[in-house]
Every structure is written in C-alpha cells, then in structure tokens.
Design a protein around this ligand. Structure first.
Ligand SMILES: Nc1ncnc2c1ncn2[C@@H]1O[C@H](COP(=O)(O)OP(=O)(O)O)[C@@H](O)[C@H]1O
Ligand SMILES: [Mg+2]
Length: 355
C-alpha cells in the first residue's frame, strides 16, 4: 500500500517536473521570439549593431561659411545636395563652423561638441566654403579630419587651392599649362608687366569667385589706371596679372572631377560681349564631350592640390587648353543643365565608396 502511494507521488513529481520543463521551454522560446523580433525592430533605428550600422543612412554635414565672415546667400549646390539626400540614403544637415567646438583634446571618441551638446561624429562632411574659406572654417575641417571624418575636400587641399597665385605656382611647377601670370607689386612697373604678361592683361584678386574679382584691361593706359586705383585703396592688395588668352574670349570649359575621374563637362559662353564665361554671370552653357586630353588634364590639376572634388576651368588655346583656375567647392547648376547629369547622386555614390 505504502509502495503504491510512494509510486503515485513519484509519478506526480515527474509530471510536475515535466510541466515545469515544458513551461520553461515555452517561456524561453517566447522570450527568444520577443528578443528576435526586437532585434528586427532595431533595424528601424534603435539598438546599435553592425548590421544596422551598415544599413543605416550615411550621416553627413555640409559645412557652410561662418556667419562672422560671410553673409547668408542662396546656394543651388546646397539646395540640390539637401533635396537629393534622402533618396540616396543620406541624412544630411547644414552646419556652420561657429557651431562646432574645436577642442583639440576631445574627451569623447566618436563625438563632437555642436551648439554646446555632444553629438555623434558624421560619416562625412562636404565643405562648401571654396575660395572664401575662413580661418575658422579651415580649422573646423581640419579638426573633423583629425577625428576621422572623411572630408570632401580635405583642409590641406582647400588651403592649397584657395589662392589663385598659389594655384598658378603649383600648376606651373607641376609642368601643367597655365597662362603667363605674375603678382602685382605696387607701385606696378608697367614695363615689367608688358614684358612678362603683355597687353591686354587680366587683373584678378587672388581669392575671388563667380567672376567678381576679374577685370580685363585692354590697353596699357587702362591697366595703369586700374593699378593706381587698387594701390590707392590698398597698397598690399593681393592681385595677379595674367596674359589674356584671346582664343578663349568669352568662353571656357568647366570640368567636374570626382577622385581620379572627370565625370561631367560643359562649355560656357559669356553673355553678350563680356569676356567672363561664368554661368553665375548669366553665361550660356552647352554640352561638352570629355575627350581623353581634357579628362587627363582636369584630373592632373585636381591631383596637384589633392582635391577629391574639383571644378576645373580650362581656357581654349590654339593648341589645346590652358588652365584658368580650380575650385574646391564647385557649383553645378550650369553643369547639370548642360550635361543632364545628376551631380548629387554622383557625389553620394563617391562618398559611399570613401567611407
Ligand atoms: N587669362 C584669361 N584669358 C581669357 N579669359 C579669362 C582669363 N582668365 C579668366 N578669364 C575668363 O574670366 C572668367 C572668370 O575668371 P576666373 O579666374 O575663373 O575667376 P572666378 O574665380 O571669379 O571664376 C573665366 O571663366 C574666363 O571666362
Ligand atoms: Mg572660374
């Protein structure tokens, strides 16, 4: 009797253990299921993991001019990059250099002070400061670069290319074709200018853009007047004098390079009888076929400065081309119009390969 009771108790115990095991197993699978589904949910943007990192949009900043040295102006390039970002898997915002804390010994890796808060570092920045890059902007780019952020372009490349005299010096040194160029030293010795540059002569400020600091002096009397005027305003003005490339009167070629490729080009024609072909001055734009010669020359120019993106201006010459200038933050409104290329897409594809 006792043995029968004992065996019934044991059976009950075994059933209880079995039930507990089944319940535990059910609980385990349910929680695994919950965990699994919450991991999937992470993909929508919660817990950081490698898979999510690979799939999340690239985070980027456009670094615009600082308010201290430059007023707010409309920028087609920034508008185009912003409006195309989402469709290209990019989360993009515009940041001004003065918003960034430049603490050399950054306490937190992968973070940076922005408007007083620590925020994650972006994957890349696109400086849109060009020839007007201030000390502050250049320092901000260099800082982000040191923190491991990919910069399109680097601080060194922007610094090397923001001065037109420095451009001509480096290009000539690299054996690339440039118009005869010299620095204006006041008082200007006209005989020296005539001898080295000739008349007509193009007068340029070293850091102008959009044709605003470029003037063509057609006679030596006109050159003398202009030089006297500049000298009276600022004897230390940084101005270059350049041979006028007559063959290119009122037209030039703009080539856009990304890395070691010339991706688009256009011919620009000045409005009316003007000699400056800038699109921003109302010039016309036409499609231009990128010949191997043009591609090679434009890429060689970008390489001299280490520019990953560059707008290279070429002047037509009897036997080919002469380099007019290179821009580190090229606009692309005219280029998109003339070539039909989606430049922001090309930029984002390039960035994806770089980061
Ligand atoms: N040496 C030159 N000979 C002939 N045309 C020139 C010369 N330099 C500049 N230009 C014309 O003036 C335009 C503006 O000159 P550029 O040096 O590119 O200044 P910016 O940086 O303001 O665009 C050029 O696109 C070109 O059409
Ligand atoms: Mg130009």
């Amino acid at each position: 009797m006792l043995t029968k009771k004992k065996s019934v108790t044991e059976v009950r115990k075994k059933i209880a253990v079995l039930c507990r095991t089944i319940l535990r197993a059910a609980w385990f699978s349910a929680s695994t299921l919950i965990l699994f589904s919450s991991a999937q949910y992470d993909k929508q943007g919660f817990a950081p993991n490698r898979a999510r990192h690979k799939k999340r949009p690239m985070q980027g900043w456009i670094l615009y001019r600082d308010k201290i040295t430059a007023p707010e102006i409309a920028s087609n390039a920034i508008d185009r990059l912003m409006e195309s970002a989402e469709a290209n898997g990019v989360s993009l915002k515009v940041v001004r250099p003065e918003q960034i804390d430049l603490v050399v010994n950054a306490p937190q890796p992968n973070q940076i002070g922005l408007d007083g808060d620590l925020v994650p570092l972006p994957d890349f920045i696109i400086p849109r400061t060009g020839a007007a890059t201030s000390y502050l902007a250049l320092s901000a780019i260099r800082h982000l670069e040191h923190l491991g952020v990919y910069c399109l372009n680097s601080a060194a490349a922007i610094a090397a290319s923001r001065d037109k005299l420095a451009q001509m010096q480096l290009l000539a040194q690299a054996g690339l074709p440039v118009p005869r160029t010299m620095l204006a030293q006041f008082p200007v010795n006209l005989a020296t200018v005539q001898q080295n540059i000739g008349i007509p002569a193009v007068v340029k400020t070293v850091s102008g853009s959009k044709g605003s600091g470029v003037y063509l002096c057609r006679t030596s009397a006109e050159l003398e007047e202009v030089m006297m005027l500049i000298e009276s305003v600022n004897r230390q003005a940084a101005v270059i004098l350049q041979a006028f490339v007559e063959y290119s009167l009122g037209r030039d070629v703009r080539v856009l390079t990304l890395g070691d490729q010339a991706i688009a080009a256009m011919e620009r024609r000045a409005a009316g009888s003007g000699f400056k072909a800038n699109f921003s001055r109302g010039g016309d734009v036409l499609p231009f076929e990128i010949t191997p010669e043009v591609a090679q020359l434009a890429v060689a120019v970008a390489k001299v400065f280490g520019l990953d993106i560059a707008g290279v201006d070429l002047l037509f010459d009897k036997n080919g081309f002469l380099i007019c200038e290179v821009n580190s933050a090229p606009g692309f409104q005219g280029l998109e119009k003339a070539s039909g290329m989606d430049v922001p897409k090309a930029v984002y594809d390039f960035l994806r390969c770089k980061i």
